[in-house]
Design a protein around this ligand. Structure first.
Ligand SMILES: Nc1ncnc2c1ncn2[C@@H]1O[C@H](COP(=O)(O)OP(=O)(O)OP(=O)(O)O)[C@@H](O)[C@H]1O
Ligand SMILES: [Mg+2]
Length: 238
C-alpha cells in the first residue's frame, strides 16, 4: 500500500476559546476527489486555511507527499503542491485575467515568457481563453471562480482545495464546474471540494468527509454518507 498524498492527523485549531477544528484526521489519495461538507461554521474553511498555510494549527500534523509538518506557510504549501481557491473570490480586480493567472504560474516559472505561456494554456483549459485580456473585476461570478481555479492550477498543484466554487452559479454553470473538476482529476490532481451544492458533489466524489462543530462526524462513500444518521442530524439541526 502506498502512502496517501495528504494525511491530516489530530488537526486542531482554536480561535481564543473557540475550537474551529477539533482533532480532525483524514487522508486523501493521489488523484482522489474528496467532498468536505458540513453545516455553516463547521470548520471547513478553517481546515483549508491550515492546509494551505494561512493558519498555524493549534495541534496536530499535516503530512503531505511524504513530509510532515506542524504548520506550513502559504509559500511552502504552494511549492509543495497545495493550491486553493477562496470562498469569497480574491481575484486581482484591476489586473487582466492573464496576469491573475501569471501570479500563480510564477511560482514554478521564473521566466516571464514561460509564465505567460502557462497562464494562457491554463486559461484555455478552464474555458477562459477568449477572456484573457479582460479585467478580472469586470468578469461574472462564474468567470471569476474559474479564474481563481486557473490561478491555483497554474501553480502546478498535486492537491487542489476548492472552497464553494459552485456557490451562486446557475445549473448550467454548475454542470460546467463539475466537468472542470473531472478534467482536473484526469490530470492526476487530487481535489478536496467544500460544497453545499450536494447534487453536484455527491456524484463525483470518491469519498465524503463530514465536519460538524469542528469535529469529523463521518467519512465514507457518498451513498453511505447520504444515509448516515449523524450526518442527517447535523444538517437538520442546522
Ligand atoms: N479568523 C477567525 N477568527 C475567529 N474565529 C474564526 C475565524 N475563522 C473562522 N472562525 C470561526 O470558526 C468556526 C468555523 O468557521 P469556518 O469558516 O471554518 O466554517 P465553515 O465550515 O467554512 O462555514 P461556512 O459553510 O459558513 O463557510 C466558526 O465559528 C467561525 O466563526
Ligand atoms: Mg467556509
Amino acid at each position: 500500500m502506498t502512502a496517501p498524498l495528504l494525511a491530516v492527523r489530530g488537526l486542531t485549531k482554536y480561535f481564543g476559546g473557540l475550537s474551529a477544528n477539533e482533532d480532525v484526521s483524514f487522508a486523501v489519495d493521489r488523484g482522489e476527489i474528496v467532498g468536505l461538507i458540513g453545516p455553516n461554521g463547521a470548520g471547513k474553511t478553517t481546515l483549508f486555511n491550515c492546509l494551505a498555510g494561512f493558519y498555524a494549527p493549534t495541534a496536530g500534523t499535516i503530512e503531505f507527499d511524504g513530509e510532515t509538518f506542524a504548520a506550513l506557510s502559504p509559500e511552502r504549501a504552494a511549492r509543495m503542491g497545495i493550491a486553493r481557491t477562496f470562498q469569497i473570490v480574491r481575484t486581482f480586480a484591476s489586473m487582466t485575467a492573464r496576469d491573475n493567472v501569471m501570479v500563480g504560474a510564477m511560482i514554478r516559472n521564473k521566466r516571464v515568457a514561460d509564465a505567460r505561456a502557462l497562464a494562457m494554456e491554463t486559461l484555455s483549459f478552464v474555458g477562459l481563453a477568449s477572456r484573457a485580456a479582460a479585467t478580472a473585476g469586470t468578469m461574472t461570478v462564474a468567470e471569476q471562480r474559474r479564474l481563481e481555479i486557473a490561478r491555483a492550477l497554474a501553480t502546478g498543484p498535486k492537491l487542489l482545495l476548492l472552497d464553494e466554487v459552485m456557490a451562486g452559479l446557475n445549473p448550467t454553470e454548475v454542470r460546467e464546474a463539475v466537468n472542470l473538476v473531472l478534467r482536473i482529476r484526469d490530470r492526476d490532481i487530487a481535489c478536496v471540494i467544500v460544497e453545499h451544492v450536494m447534487e453536484a458533489i455527491m456524484p463525483i466524489a470518491h469519498r465524503i468527509v463530514v465536519l460538524d462543530a469542528g469535529r469529523k462526524i463521518a467519512d465514507g462513500p457518498p451513498d453511505v454518507i447520504a444515509r448516515d444518521p449523524a450526518v442527517l442530524a447535523a444538517y437538520l439541526g442546522d
